[in-house]
Design a protein around this ligand. Structure first.
Ligand code: IMP
Length: 427
């Protein structure tokens, strides 16, 4: 048995979709374990270009079982839309399993997401407005509706009472807006339930059975380590745990069953939404990289800010997640850059810092200290072998490896499946 967790090591959008797509050809089970439809995983394959938000990228391997596990905040409307777009794959209930413990994102979570963002004013987080935060709030407040609740429509109406009482008080008394109609919500969920109920099972048991049978399992992360609720740039984070801890908790797999934890880094950094970004590039350069790399959100279409590789953030991601391997995505985006900067550490009050501080106001005061490497000024996207890369590219990759503190085993040099350089196999 080999279980590999694929984890975004920055602020999301590192190119996990492509890497999961690549590795899922060899996996027998692919499990999406955290976040929700706030994620957008782009895949380019023989069927075309796809942006998946909830369905695991492994769905394109028609021999594998895909699982949306308990850690996910599941928006059923978004899921059904995605399944309609994947109609040609004939996704049967046997091929896509949904955990009965997964929290359901309801229409009022999306409404609350936008009302709360409005209320934050200048301090808005810049959420994706997909209702993710409010759905996880209901989970921890223990008034959430779970996928399993959609299987029994006779008890669902009763289960809706407590959350609806709460949300309608909030909507009418705090936000002074119209309440949610119980009948409409119930009718809507009843329709949805007909389609998704056959997929809903106790997935932790199915995953354990696969482990017992020695199957290869890929754990597909969403977002990134720096958006983690505890270890990210709080409060500018998402409401789940995108890292290794989330992979255990969000699936029910125990720690001894995960063999490899792969951190996916971009060759530079990007960030979408608000929050500190110490290595943000100079405005012209930021725009240049964004246009060249098409750095626009796969879910929201928002422009992503671009920055240089951030060593302190990378070290923290490795420290917290224990990466056994790293992959560098989008290396080719730097092909034309004259001089490439790497932030090796920060400086705070004249003292060097190897790791970011946890307090956002202190982080704002940190000065990124850069090392400058000469660019290789040549194309890399047709190269498939590490030895064939320009020496200056190898130098850059080797320097990143020293900073990350985990072996770099894979480089991605273009959007297509074959545009990769495998340095060592992950398994
Ligand atoms: P939420 O997850 O929609 O609540 O948004 C919280 C923060 O996480 C915002 O800064 C979002 O831009 C960011 N975020 C959420 N999902 C993603 C993602 O898939 N990629 C990049 N940023 C994300």
């Amino acid at each position: 048995m080999v279980a590999i967790a694929i984890i975004g090591a920055q602020w999301g959008d590192e190119g996990k979709g492509k890497i999961v797509d690549l590795l899922s050809g060899k996996a027998q089970m692919i499990v999406r374990y955290s976040g929700g439809a706030n994620a957008g995983h782009t895949v380019v394959n023989e069927h075309g270009e796809f942006r998946l938000h909830l369905v695991p990228v492994g769905i394109f391997n028609t021999n594998a079982t895909c699982v949306i596990s308990n850690g996910v905040a599941l928006d059923p409307e978004s899921l059904l839309e995605e399944l309609d777009n994947l109609d040609f794959l004939n996704v049967t209930p046997e091929r896509l399993l949904i955990s009965d413990r997964a929290q359901i994102v309801l229409p009022y979570h999306k409404l609350l997401d936008s009302l709360e963002e409005g209320r934050r004013g200048d301090n808005a987080i810049g959420t994706t407005l997909r209702g993710i935060g409010p759905a996880y709030v209901d989970k921890t407040a223990r008034r959430g509706i779970r996928a399993g609740d959609l299987k029994d429509l006779t008890t669902l109406r009763d289960k809706l009472q407590a959350p609806l009482n709460y949300v309608n008080s909030l909507l009418t008394k705090v936000y002074e807006t119209a309440p949610i109609s119980e009948d409409e919500l119930y009718e809507n969920l009843s329709k949805i339930s007909q389609r998704i109920a056959p997929h809903i099972v106790q997935t932790e048991l199915v995953i354990h059975e696969a482990i017992q049978q020695g199957k290869s399992i890929l754990l597909e992360g969403a977002q990134g380590a720096l958006l983690d609720l505890d270890f990210g740039t709080y409060p500018y984070v998402t409401s789940s745990h995108p890292g290794a801890g989330g992979a255990y908790q969000g699936t029910g797999i125990n720690p001894s069953n995960i063999d490899h934890v792969v951190g996916i880094f971009k060759a530079y950094c990007t960030r979408v939404g608000a929050g500190p970004f110490p290595t943000l590039m100079e405005p012209d350069f930021d725009a240049l990289i964004r246009e060249k790399a098409g750095e626009y959100g796969a879910t929201t279409g928002r422009p992503r800010s671009c920055g240089w590789f951030d060593g302190p953030m990378a070290r923290l991601a490795t420290l917290v997640n224990g990466f056994t391997s790293a992959a560098i995505a989008r290396l080719d985006v730097l092909d034309d850059v004259e001089k490439i900067k790497i932030c090796t550490h920060y400086e705070l009050d004249g003292e060097p810092l190897l790791y970011p501080p946890s307090d956002p106001a202190t982080l704002e005061k940190c000065k990124p200290i850069y090392e400058e490497l000469p660019g290789w000024k040549g194309p890399t996207s047709n190269i498939n072998n590490f030895q064939d890369l320009p020496e200056l590219t190898k130098n850059y990759v080797n320097r990143l490896e020293e900073i990350i503190g985990a072996p770099i085993d894979l480089l991605s040099v273009g959007p297509r499946r074959e545009q990769n350089i495998v340095i060592r196999e992950f398994s």
